[in-house]
Design a protein around this ligand. Sequence first.
Ligand code: TRP
Length: 452
Amino acid sequence: MNDTNQRDSFTSKFGAIAAIAGSAIGLGNIWRFPYITGENGGGAFLLIYVLFILLIGITVMTSEFVIGRSAQKNPYGAFRLLAPGKPWYLIGIMGVLAAFFILSFYTTVSGWTLEYVYQALSGNLTGKDNSQLTEMFTEFLNHPWRPYLWFLIFMGFTAVIIILGVKNGIERYAKILMPFLLVLLLMLCIRALTLKGSGAGLRFLFHPDLSKITPKAILEALGQGFFSLSIGMGTLITYGSYIRKKDNLAETAFYVSISDTFVAVIAGIAIFPALFALGGQPASGQGLMFIVLPEVFQRIPFGNLFALVFFILLAIAALTSTISVLEVIVAFLVEEIKMARKKATIIAASSVSVLGLLTVASMGKLSGLTLFGKNIFGILEYLTANIMLPIGGLFIVLFIGWFHKKSLTKLEMTNNGTIRSRYFPVYIFLVRWIAPVAITAVFLYSLGIIKF
Ligand code: TRP
C-alpha cells in the first residue's frame, strides 16, 4: 500500500535528470517566456533573467534537492523532519497552495495546446494572417464549452499518470519525447530567421536597452525564473527525494537550469524574429505563441503536419510539468493525511478543476471580473510566479543557509563524502548571502521601497 519507506526513485541518472527537466521545461519556456519578455522590453529583460538564473535559480534548485533527498519526503513532511517544532513547514503548506493556483492556470493553457492540436488536424491553421489568427484565438477563448472541455481532458490525463506512479508514469514519458520538441523548435528558428525583416526581432531579444529596466520588469524576471525552473514551491523537493543517493545534486541543478534557459531562448528565437518580420506586437499577451507560430508553420513545407506534431509535443511537455505540480499535492495527501494514492489524486484533481474552470472562464465570459486590472487568470499567474514562488525560494535558501547544519548540507552534496564538491564554498556563499539578499532587494525595489 502506501508504504512511505518504499519510496520510488528514479532508476538511472538519465531518468532523474530527464524527469526533473521534464518538470522544468514546459509552457513556462515556450509560451510564458516569450510573452513576458515581449511585455517587458526584450534584451534587457533577458539579461536580468539569465543573471537571476545563474545567481539565484541554480542555488534555490540545489537547496530544494538537498532538502528533498535528505528528508525523503514531500515538502511539508521534509521541513517537519528536518526542523521539528519549528514553523519552517509553513513553506510546505504554501507550496501546496501554490500548486493549486499554478495548476489552475497552467492546465488552462495546456488545454489551449490541445485545441491547437485539434485545429491543426482540421486544417484550420492554414491560410490565415496575423489578424485572423488573433481572432481565432479570441473566439476560442470565448467559446461556450471548448476551452472547458480541453481543461478537463488535460486534468484527466495528468491525474491518470499520477495514479500510475512515479517510475512507470513520469520517467518513461519524459525521456523519449523532449528531444523531438527541441528539433521542431530549432526548425522554427531557422525558418523565422530566414524571413525578411527578422533581424529586428533578434535585436529586440538580444540587444539590451537598459532604459527598459523597470521595477516591474525586474520582478517579472525573477518570477519567470522561478516559474520556469519549477522552484520555490517544493516541486523539486518532492523530485529531489526521488534522486538516487549517488547522483550529484549541484551538477544536476546546473545542467537542468542551463537546459531550461536554453529552451526558453530558443523559443524566443523562434518567435520574435517571426513576429517582427510578419508584423505583430511583442506585447500581445498570453496569445503570442498561439498566434505567431502558426504563421511561421504556414511558411514551411508540410507546415500543417509540423504544426500538428509541435502542438502534440508541447502538450506532452506541459503534461510532464503538470504532473510534477499535482505530485506535490498528492505526495502531501498520501504521506501526511495517509490517503490512498488514487483517492488523493482524484480529490486533488477535482478540487483544482473547480478553480481551474473559473480560470478558464476568466479568459472568456468572466473577463470582466477583475482585481487590480487583472482577471482571475492574471491574478493567479502574478500571485504565484512573482510573489509566492520567490517568497518560498527565499525561505528555502534561508533554511539551508542559516538553519540547516552546514555539515549536513555538505554530506548531502558530497554524497556522504564519496564525491568531491569543489563548488561547495561557492554554493554556501550564494545560499547564505547572494540569493536571499537579491530576492529581498527585488521585492523592495519593485515595491518602491528602495531605489538604485
Ligand atoms: N516549470 C514549468 C514550466 O516552465 C512549470 C512548473 C512545473 C512549475 N512545476 C512547477 C512552476 C512548480 C512553478 C513551480 O512550464
